[in-house]
Design a binder for this molecule. Sequence first.
Ligand code: F6P
Length: 522
Amino acid sequence: MPTSLPFSPAWLAFAQAAQNASRRGDRLRIIEAAGLRIDLTAQAQSEQLDQAAQALLVQQNFDAARAHLYDGGEANWTERRPAWHTALRADNPPPAVAQAVLSERERVRRFVRELDGADAYGGILHLGIGGSDWGPRMVTRALRHYGLRRNIQFASNVDSHAVADAIGQLDPHDTLVIVASKSFTTTEPLANAEVAMNWLRDAGVADPIKHVVAITANVDAALDFGISPDRVFRFWDWVGGRYSLWSAIGLPVALALGCEALDQLLAGAAAMDQHFLQAPPLRNAPLQMALAGIANRSVLGYATLAITPYDSRLMHLVPWAQQLDMESLGKVATRDGTPVGVPTGPVVWGMPGTDCQHTFFQWLHQDTTGAPVDFIVCEQPDHPYARHHKLLIANCLAQRSALLRGKSYEEALHETRQHEPDAQRAELLARHRVHPGGRPSNLIVLPRLDAYSLGALLALYEHKVFAQGALWGINPFDQWGVEFGKLLAKNIIRELDAPSSAEASDQDPSTRHWIDILSRRG
Ligand code: F6P
């Protein structure tokens, strides 16, 4: 029986080194990867921590785990599958899947070129949720400044206000409906697809199903839905939903922004794949972000991670990262089923800067604990207002510096004495102005927000999450936690539909109460 992580030699050494490491940011640590620069200077750092991290990589068989990410080994061990998203964006995919990947990649592009050539469909209604929605939604919003070729509207929530808002902005006679669902059994996209079909039918569109495309790993279900084979684009069960943007799930990106944008997105991610595979540990950006995140989460007591992209175009990056990180790492069981024994996946939250400064930076600076922050910024803006960009950059660097250096009582007292003549009151006010400092952060710098850099950024986070899963010994590619709620929902729907069946059910008192109340509303 292997020693559990918290009592293993390498972990004990890593934890002690992290506790004792410097958090003053006195040694510059910047890594260049796929055109991005990742500054980890403000993370806990020391020679001892670097050495302990190296030993932890060896103890946790990191190299072997990483190799499976690229060679199609069983990276997802509870579902006995590869997690081969790197194959989807490789110029030369592994032979075992090359033909499938390259032919489907070409099918997607040929379809887009056909529609573009025929100037077909000015509108797209995209119906998907989770990993079948966040990626395309986030990318098309982030790159909108390159000009959208079509009016694309996303509806994910089963709350019909979402799909009603979307179709309200589209012409049913000029809209292609995309049903994106890996399983093609998820309630939300299928319920929204029903609304979309009625919308087309009610508008007098002849044979509505001809205006529907499916993107799925369950081709039979899409064909049963009535979608013609030439409108079903597929990916495979060895692609995780939240890692599937690089597959045919990326079709809406090409329809909205062009095939070149999708190709550049994949190219940037592929460049980060090569960096992650080849860079030595100390120069490996995803790995160093992963190690800093493990130190922060499992040793230094930070329960959350804030992501603040200083660019309003990246507004959907936070929810995309929330699913990627929390659905991958919110777990406790290790490969042999025993509990991991240390805190794992952080709560990921955040919002673009500078809005974040006026929303929660008070908490980040002066809360009893605070949280590590990932600052993301583009060196070059895509607007002509140079002054605005300087203000943005200055605010990003200032917040990061304030978190790191803090403000001592003496510095605060010197400040308050400038305007408060009463010495006692000046001392009291100074107590309220102290900033503890030593609060960790990363700064990720993109040259500019283009498809290549965005692809590299997304792959950076994918590999960080994978590396943390490998080092904690948990599976970042399954999601058993979401199945239970879905099953209970099906039971409750059945009782709402047929209240008579409710008596026999074993609901808790509160759920029982609300089923009774709400089922009476019909
Ligand atoms: O949230 C659970 C989940 O299975 C995600 O992992 C997935 O991205 C989402 O639901 C949608 O699933 P599908 O693409 O199969 O509709």
